[in-house]
Design a protein around this ligand. Structure first.
Ligand code: NAD
Length: 497
C-alpha cells in the first residue's frame, strides 16, 4: 500500500496479507522526464502505419496467450481475485487487442466530401484525426489489465504515446504489460508506467495532452479540476450503483443466476456490478429464495486454481469498512441478511457474500456505491415503481432488466437513465467493443469502446479545399450597397420560403 510522499509502494496480497514486492514511486520530476521521452518517441510511432501498430498488438495477443499463467498469477496476487475472475481479464484483453488492431484504421479514416453549404458550395472537405501526442491513463485497482491497461490500447493504436499511472494498490500488472509491449516490438518510450499514488497521478495530469481516467467520482472531479488549469481534455469513467429490475414475467432461474453472478463476481468490485435489485411483488419471494440458495453455495477464499472458489478478497483495505458500514446501516434500519453479513474471520481480507432483503432507499446500501459482495433486494409494487427507484440515483452507469417480453424489456431500458442496459443479462455489454460504454450523471464524461472510444484520443482537423479561381469573392472587401442588398435578397428568397 502507498501513501503520498513515500518513495516505495509495498504491494500487498489481499488474500493473505503478505507483502509481495516493493515498487519505486515516480515523483513529478520523473514523470516529466518520462513525458519528454514519450514525446520524442511518439513522432515515429504516429508516422507508422495502422498495420505496423496493429502488428504490435497482434503479437501482444499471442504473448498473453503464451504468458497467461504468469499474468493470471500476478493479477490474483495483487488483487486477491479468483483465478476465474483473473482469466476473464485475460480473455477480454486478448479480444480487445485484436479488435483495436483491426478496427482502428477504419474508425480514424479521413472523412472526405463536398460541402453543400451555399457560400462554399462544392468545395472539397477533408476531416482528419491527429493523435493528441501524449495521453495519460490513470486507472483503478479492480481490473488492472482490462481497465487500466485496456484504455491504453486505443490510445496507442491512434498513434499516441501513453504514460500509464496504475492504482498504487496494483502496480505489478502494469509493469508486466510494459514488459509485454517491449517484447512485442513497441519502440522504447512510447508506453511507460509511472507508479505512485495521488501525487504521481497529478503529475501525469499536468504533463498530458489528454487524460483518460477511471476511478471514483470524487477523484474524477479532482482530475477534471486539475486538467482545467491547462485546458486538457478528459474522459472520465467513474462510479456506479447499477440497478436490476426483475419483472413478474421474468425467467426467475436465469434472473437469479445472473443476479448472483453480476453482484458477486470479482467480489462485487466491478464498476458495473449489480448493486441493487428491484423485484415485482408477485415473484419477489421466489426470486429471493433462489438467489439466497445460490449465494449460500458459493465458495470464498484465496485463488487456488481455476474453478476452486467463486468469491475472492476485498482488494483495497478502506473498502472493507465501506461494505461493513453499508451492511450494518441496513440491518440497523430493519433489513435482514439471509446469508453472510460481515467480514470473514481468519487470514486475508474477505467479506462474506451477503444477501440483504427488506431494504429501501433510506439505507446506504441502496443509494451509495458499495463496491463489495452484497446483493440488496427490494420488493416493488410494479415496473413503474422499479424504474422510478432505479433512476433515483446520482449515478447512471448501467442497468439490467429481466422479462420474457423482449419489447417490454427494451421499453423499460429506454426509460432507465444510464449509459447502457442489458435485457435478460448484466455486465456483458462491456465485451461489445463496437458499442460505446460510458456513464450518465456522475458516472462519467465520454465513453470507451466503439468509434468514440478511439476518436477521443485525437484532435480533429478540417481542411477546406480551394474554391473557384476568382480574384475576389462576393463577400470580400470593399463592401458595396448593391452587392450587400443582392446577397441579402438571395438569402431571403432561399430561406424565407
Ligand atoms: P480512486 O478514484 O481512488 O483512484 C483511481 C486512480 O486515481 C488511482 O490510480 C489513484 O492513485 C489515482 N488518483 C487518486 N487521486 C488522484 C488525483 N488527485 N489526481 C490524479 N490521480 C489520482 O478509485 P479506485 O478506488 O482505484 O477504483 C474504484 C472506483 O473506480 C469505483 O468507484 C469504481 O466504480 C470505479 N471504476 C469505474 C469504472 C468505469 O468504467 N466506470 C471501471 C472501474 C472502476
Amino acid at each position: 500500500m502507498a501513501t503520498d510522499s513515500t518513495t516505495v509502494l509495498h504491494v500487498e496480497a489481499p488474500a493473505t496479507g503478505a507483502t509481495i514486492q516493493e515498487v519505486p514511486v515516480a515523483d513529478a520530476t520523473e514523470v516529466r522526464a518520462l513525458a519528454e521521452r514519450a514525446r520524442r518517441a511518439q513522432v515515429a510511432w504516429a508516422a507508422a502505419s495502422f498495420e505496423e501498430r496493429g502488428e504490435v498488438f497482434r503479437r501482444a495477443r499471442r504473448w498473453l496467450a503464451g504468458n497467461g499463467e504468469r499474468m493470471r498469477r500476478t493479477i490474483c496476487a495483487e488483487t486477491g481475485k479468483t483465478d476465474d475472475d483473473a482469466q476473464l481479464e485475460l480473455t477480454v484483453a486478448m479480444q480487445s487487442f485484436g479488435f483495436w488492431a483491426k478496427r482502428a484504421k477504419g474508425y480514424l479514416a479521413e472523412d472526405r466530401f463536398r460541402t453543400f453549404s451555399p457560400m462554399v458550395l462544392g468545395r472539397r472537405v477533408a476531416v482528419r484525426y491527429e493523435p493528441f501526442g501524449l495521453v495519460g491513463v490513470i486507472g483503478p485497482w479492480n481490473y488492472p489489465l482490462v481497465n487500466a491497461f485496456g484504455d491504453c490500447v486505443p490510445a496507442l493504436m491512434a498513434g499516441n504515446a501513453v504514460i500509464l499511472k496504475p492504482s498504487e494498490v496494483t502496480p505489478l500488472t502494469a509493469l508486466l504489460t510494459a514488459e509485454m509491449l517491449a517484447d512485442c516490438g513497441l519502440p522504447p518510450g512510447v508506453f511507460t508506467v509511472a507508479n505512485g499514488a495521488r501525487e504521481t497521478g497529478e503529475a501525469v495530469v499536468d504533463v498530458s495532452d489528454y487524460v483518460m481516467f477511471t476511478g471514483s467520482t470524487r477523484t474524477g472531479q479532482a482530475v477534471m479540476e486539475r486538467a482545467a488549469r491547462t485546458v486538457t481534455p478528459v474522459s472520465l469513467e467513474l462510479g456506479g450503483k447499477d440497478a436490476m429490475i426483475v419483472c413478474a414475467d421474468a425467467d426467475i432461474e436465469r434472473a437469479a443466476n445472473a443476479a448472483a453472478f453480476s453482484a458477486l463476481c470479482n467480489s462485487g468490485q466491478v464498476c458495473i456490478s449489480i448493486e441493487r435489485i428491484y423485484v415485482e411483488a408477485a415473484v419477489h419471494d421466489r426470486f429471493v429464495a433462489r438467489v439466497a440458495e445460490i449465494v449460500r453455495g458459493l465458495r470464498q477464499g484465496a485463488a487456488d486454481g481455476p474453478g476452486s472458489v467463486e468469491v475472492g478478497a476485498v482488494t483495497h483495505p478502506p473498502q472493507l469498512e465501506i461494505i461493513r458500514r453499508h451492511v450494518e446501516d441496513a440491518l440497523a434500519k430493519g433489513a435482514r441478511a439471509l446469508t453472510g453479513g460481515g467480514p470473514r474471520p481468519g487470514a486475508g481480507r474477505f467479506f462474506e457474500p451477503t444477501v440483504l432483503v427488506d431494504v429501501d432507499h433510506s439505507m446506504a446500501c441502496m443509494t451509495e456505491e458499495t463496491f463489495g459482495p452484497t446483493v440488496p433486494i427490494m420488493r416493488v409494487a410494479d415496473v413503474d415503481e422499479a424504474i422510478r427507484l432505479a433512476n433515483d440515483s446520482p449515478y447512471g452507469l448501467q442497468g439490467s432488466v429481466f422479462t420474457r417480453d423482449r419489447r417490454k424489456g427494451e421499453a423499460i431500458a429506454r426509460r432507465m437513465q444510464c449509459g447502457a442496459v442489458c435485457v435478460n443479462d448484466a455486465l456483458v455489454n462491456y465485451m461489445v467493443f463496437d458499442a460505446p460504454m460510458g456513464g450518465w450523471k456522475t458516472s462519467g464524461v465520454g465513453s470507451r469502446h466503439g468509434a468514440t472510444g478511439i476518436r477521443k484520443y485525437c484532435r480533429t482537423q478540417t481542411i477546406l479545399g480551394s474554391g473557384p479561381p476568382l480574384r475576389r469573392d462576393l463577400h470580400h472587401f470593399p463592401y458595396a450597397g448593391w452587392r450587400s442588398r443582392m446577397m441579402a435578397e438571395v438569402v431571403r428568397r432561399i430561406y424565407g420560403r
